[in-house]
Structures are given as C-alpha cells and as structure tokens.
Design a protein around this ligand. Structure first.
Ligand SMILES: [Zn+2]
Length: 176
C-alpha cells in the first residue's frame, strides 16, 4: 500500500481548516492519519472493498461536534461517503460503535436514521442563499480587485459599504 504523503498532508490540512472554521477541535496529524490508513489497509472503512478516496468524519463537522481528530476520521470511498451523507447518529456512541453501525447499515442497504443538525454558525451561513444579483456583484469585486475567494470579496464589499455609509453620514463640505 503506497501513500502519497504530500497529497495526504494537503487533505488533512483542508479538513483541519474546516474544523477550525467551525470552532471544533483540529488536532489530526499526518502520522495519525497514515496510521489510520494503514489500519484499514488503504480501503474504505465502511465497505472495506473499495480503495478510499476521501477523509470522512464519523460525526460530521456540520453537526457542530467531533472535529478533525484521529478518533473521528476514517477513510471512505465516494460511494459510501455519499450514501451516509447527512447521517447523524446517537452522540453517546463511541467512534468504534458508530463506525460499526454505519458499516452494517451500508452493507445491508438499510436506511440510515437521520437527525436534524443543531443550528451551528456554519450551518446558518450555508443556509443563507445568495441572489443572482449578489453573485454577480461578488464576481465583479473579485475580478476588479483580484480577490481569490467569495468570502474575502464579501468581507471587502462590507468594508466598502461601511466606509461609504460613514462618509455619507459626515456633513458635506461645499465644493464652491
Ligand atoms: Zn466504501
């Protein structure tokens, strides 16, 4: 089993950043992740037959719990990952029990119980829908200022609007 360490480092960094953004523990190290991959012999932790292609959180980050920590991360194939999407189990179960339960359900094609996620900050942000007008405005700001991400463009737009408001509130100095 060959592991591309650069690729895996980038993978865990993405997930560490996601956990940090959600205000959750982010402690998974490359060594821990490599040990986990070896434990499952590079296969999906759920079906154990297809090589993994994603890092899956046993308790999804969207649930506002868990985090990117060794106990909460397993390798998963695309198929299992998408099938268990939105699955949220009893929080009192241990990671091993949770893995066993998801594995069993996927194996026998059982429907997985779903639970409503608690309203986390991240969840709320996701639910905020942008209008076509917003999207076009963000795109214009990104192009004009060479900004790489939508989030940065939104922050920039807020600052510009705040500045304009501030200026608008000041008494106008006559030009003549
Ligand atoms: Zn699988």
């Amino acid at each position: 089993m060959e592991i591309d360490l650069t690729k895996e480092l980038m993978r865990i960094q993405t997930h560490l950043a996601r956990a940090q953004d959600a205000g959750l523990p982010a402690t998974l190290t490359l060594e821990e992740w490599v040990a986990i991959l070896k434990q499952f012999q590079g296969m999906c932790a759920y079906c154990e037959t297809i090589p993994f292609d994603a890092l899956d959180h046993l308790i999804p980050l969207d649930a506002g719990e868990g985090g990117t920590i060794a106990l909460n991360c397993v390798p998963a194939c695309k198929r299992c990952n998408s099938r268990k999407c939105g699955y949220y189990e009893d929080r009192s179960m241990s990671p091993a029990e949770r893995l066993e339960k998801v594995r069993y359900a996927l194996q026998y094609d059982l429907s997985l119980p779903r639970e409503a996620y608690p309203e986390t900050k991240q969840r709320k942000a996701k639910l905020m829908r942008l209008t076509e007008q917003d999207i076009q405005a963000i795109l214009k700001i990104r192009q004009a200022y060479g900004i790489a991400s939508d989030n940065q463009a939104i922050i920039y737009a807020i600052h510009v609007t705040a500045r304009q408001l501030e200026q608008g509130l000041k008494p106008q100095t006559p030009n003549r």
